[in-house]
Design a protein around this ligand. Sequence first.
Ligand code: PEP
Ligand code: MG
Length: 577
Amino acid sequence: MVLKGNPVSPGAALGHVHVYRSFSPEASESFIEKNAAGSEKKRYEETREKAAAEIQDICNSLKNDDPKKTNIFSAHLDILNDPAAYEEITERIETGLCAGDWAIWNIYTKYINMLLKTEDAVIRERYVDFEDVRNRILRIWHGFPESNLSSLTAPVIVAAKDLLPSDTATIDRRNVLAIITETGGSTSHSAIIARSYGIPAILGIPNLLDKIKHGAFAAVDAFTGEVFTEPDNETITLLSAKRERSLKEAAETKTFQKIEPITADGYRMEIGLNIGSANDEELAGAEYTDFAGLFRTEFLFMGRSTLPCEEEQFAAYRKVLEIFGKKPVYLRTLDIGGDKTLSCLELPKEDNPFLGKRALRLCFGNPGIFKTQLRAALRASVFGNLHLMLPMVGSIDDIRHAKAIIEEARAELEAEGARNNWEYKLGIMIEVPSIALIADIAAAEIDFASIGTNDLCQYLCAADRMNPEVSGYYQSFHPAMFRLIGETAAHFNRAGKPLSVCGEMGGNPLAAAVLTGLGIRKLSMGPASIAPVKRMLSHLSVKNAEEIADKVKGFCTAAEVENYLEREPLLKLPEIH
Ligand code: PEP
Ligand code: MG
């Protein structure tokens, strides 16, 4: 069978399918008859043994190549085997006549709440491990298979309805051959993560989970958007060859990763790094980039039941600022809503979440959360070159409103006697057409801006970036996109204010060429795009890029633009030897 979807991260893969369904336990108060206590306790013990075996398997598989993660899972074994928890749970079953799952939920949740009240941030953070162990036991209790993308034991093709940003942020990418999902467009967050890790991905495959079985063998062609279930020998041979070719090409392109981004006629471009999880591997990119052009801070808020406190955020921001040193870090304030939800914060139910209380609007509605983040960022600013960046700005009112809250945060810190030599620049993301169209006015109000092409396209083309039904209407290469970006760049260049692009277009070599021709000199992207973009820029002169951009602005349709760019001889790269 051949399944079709939207190829969002190129590559090919062959392997067994791992169907991923994330488990979130729901507890309901329930009790048992007295004579059932013995069997309930036995079931708890068996569940505990199965959980121990699962954790042990993960430890064994991680031992050689990821000792840090092994420590996490060894700690989970300790939590699971803790005699006090065992006694309390069995006591609840035997004396309180609680159903086993209700007793497990109660006792572990009690520990979690105790930890959450602890002053010491390091101890407090351990609640996540208790939550993990509790959820594992309850999942096994309810008979659901293991589903954790951070602990895959063999390379697999991950199939899911959707992957939440919290799933992809913790993904064990060495064991993910490809990602295939039912929902998600080319700029959904799953797509962004897949591309930034160089994992082949096809999203938006209708009814995927009804058509594919856990463990089945499949071949994924993420160049064409096809998934072949139980492929024949001919397809296997074809896909293996494609895979080898693309891996070789990627390895060769990687040699461009560390070069200076200088165009063929000598212009020094600036290449930025988009940061999504701030782990050491991602931050290694600081060495060969000029700035962190988009620090998505949402990862700190995801996959947890409480909001991160000021100290925790301060530590994370300080780490990134210190690593980048004098290089600017565009720390984007919380951008939640749309496809990004939080378990630690209930978001309003809305018919059109992408047009609703998202990002800055949500922060305005929750000034406490916003201020905590701003306080942490201001305090961290002394360790590097902080550029605070506001997402989803639609008007000058938004900028002024945010400035007032930043002032409040600053005044609060000062009143508390905190160190106050904070220096930072304030900027905005340009992703709503209403602000792009008054870029001249906006430029006067702020220090810098970065164009978020993912949302700009969604709002300009009126096409939900997550909805595969309208992916054909979501046209990043629409001539209107290039015209609007060109106008915006002209205003910022005239005002002498830095403007970059940090949406997915910045990491696409063909789009990067056009953006350069439109006057953009700073492009920020995920780690995997750096080498291909530097390679393109090193072969292209600004003069030629300007000619190309002029032609692009004159086309009628996105398809015409794409056809032209794919055929334009100036954009053909020489073979690497
Ligand atoms: C964008 O919209 O282009 C952007 C970079 O932000 P995000 O993808 O996180 O919404
Ligand atoms: Mg955006």
